[in-house]
Design a protein around this ligand. Structure first.
Ligand SMILES: *Cc1c(COP(=O)(O)O)cnc(C)c1O
Length: 425
């Protein structure tokens, strides 16, 4: 069944699992167990030798399970299936997106090192980078979407620690305005600062567009991280994360995961296996719906501007070529400026009926939120202004509902945005 030549969506129901292992059960059962019985003491000894790196695995040596903090059948099958979308060699799953991200950063950054990161990032990641890493004497430097290669290289040099740059960490498209960062260019910057002693790694948070619409490993990234809470989980009912890359890169991440103990639990893993079976139809429907919603918003008099990648055009947008190079769809995340400010944005949000007022994204149900006072409240005023995160900005994560119902909901909620305010705005 391990035929990687089939399309990923054809393999999500079977890859890595053999019903003969489990009484013929067509689905992989939940292996809700903390430990696994060895057939002999010799076998237990052999498993530990390899798991703890005392020796490498012999050719044809079959390794068994030890303890669910190290491995579990559900997690191993889930990790195998996740590799298919990004064409990665290996994957490690975690109990949250933040645990995947923090484990990657802690494994590859040591005291004295420099991290370069893009801004804006997911709030939790930005907090970890700005407030936790410096406690370990790790220097952090950031660049903003829109800055060119030369400017970015100068930021590294100006930190005074160019020789200690160990990782570049980016998020593209950037949340919530869908600004793009060139993954390949970041890899070139990483190569430029690599030395014979160490390679600078590029890590990309692909939560917003992955694993379907963007494959950072194919553009030079070394590590891809996900909040699997979002599209991968897709039902707003589980918190989880993942990191993918080469066998070598993921091995170190899995080893730290073993000792931090932040692997996903069997039940989380099982929920994600179930989610993966419908990942493609969900994401395709969401992207299709988003296009209809974006087009409706674009023509509405109470909407000033729509941030939707599908509207980039070849002649007027410098990012069009980049969009074509690294994105396979415009995705299902969009934002828009309502005519007015916070009051008007809140009037709209408070009157939505079908679309839920909540943070998070990528789920079957559509969600709306106000970045300036919710997901991005932590940014200071100057940063918000620079990133177009103003009081009039509303973010939508488009779900799988019928798009006409979504549009009708948006239309009726916009009616509560008062015309008087419109005129004085
Ligand atoms: C939600 C999110 C995270 C954090 O993931 P959790 O699963 O909530 O820990 C990281 N990055 C992005 C882009 C996210 O949207």
């Amino acid at each position: 069944m391990n035929d990687r030549t089939l399309h990923p969506e054809s393999l999500m129901m079977s890859y890595g699992y053999n019903p003969e292992w489990s009484e013929g059960a067509v689905k992989c059962p939940i292996f809700q167990t903390s430990t696994f019985v060895f057939r002999s003491a010799e076998e237990g000894k052999a498993f530990f030798e390899v798991a703890y790196g005392l020796r490498s695995q012999k050719p044809n040596e079959k390794l068994g399970l030890i303890y669910s903090r190290l491995n579990n059948p559900v997690l191993e099958i889930l990790e195998d299936r996740l590799t298919l979308w990004d064409d990665a060699e290996d994957c490690a799953v975690f109990e949250s997106g933040m645990s995947a991200i923090s484990t990657v950063l802690l494994e590859y950054l040591k005291p004295g090192d420099l991290l370069l990161y893009s801004s804006p990032l997911y709030g939790g990641s930005e907090h970890f980078i700005q407030h936790v890493l410096p406690q370990f004497n790790i220097t952090v430097a950031r660049f903003k979407t829109g800055q060119g290669r030369e400017e970015i290289e100068n930021i590294v040099r100006d930190s005074g620690k160019a020789d200690r740059l160990k990782m570049i960490y980016i998020e593209t498209p950037a949340n919530p305005t869908n600004d793009l960062i060139d993954i390949e260019q970041c890899k070139n910057i990483a190569r430029y600062f690599s030395t014979s002693q160490h390679e600078v790694l590029l890590a990309v948070d692909n939560t917003y567009f992955g694993p379907l619409w963007q494959h950072p490993l194919q553009h030079g990234a070394d590590i891809v991280v996900y909040s699997a809470t979002k599209y991968i989980g897709g039902h707003s009912d589980v918190i989880a994360g993942a990191a993918l890359g080469s066998r070598e890169v993921i091995k170190r991440i899995k080893t730290l995961r073993t000792f931090l103990g932040n692997m996903a639990a069997p039940w989380t893993g099982w929920l994600l296996l179930r989610s993966l079976e419908t990942l493609k139809p969900r994401m395709e429907t969401q992207a299709r719906n988003a296009k209809h919603v974006a087009e409706f918003l674009k023509n509405h008099p109470k909407v000033e501007k729509v941030y939707y990648l599908g509207f980039l055009d070849e002649k007027n947008d410098e990012h069009y070529a980049l969009y074509k190079k690294q994105c396979l769809s415009a995705g299902a995340m969009l934002s828009f400026d309502i005519v007015g400010g916070e009051k008007e944005a809140f009037a709209f949000l408070n009157h939505l009926k079908l679309i839920r007022l909540a943070v998070s994204l990528g789920s079957t149900e559509s969600l709306a939120e106000h970045p300036a006072t919710m997901t991005h409240v932590d940014l200071d005023e100057a940063e918000k202004k620079e990133l177009n995160i103003t009081e009039k900005l509303v973010r939508l994560s488009v779900g799988v509902e019928h798009y006409e119902d979504l549009i009708n909901d948006i239309q009726q909620a916009l009616e509560f945005v008062k015309v008087e305010e419109l005129e004085t705005a």
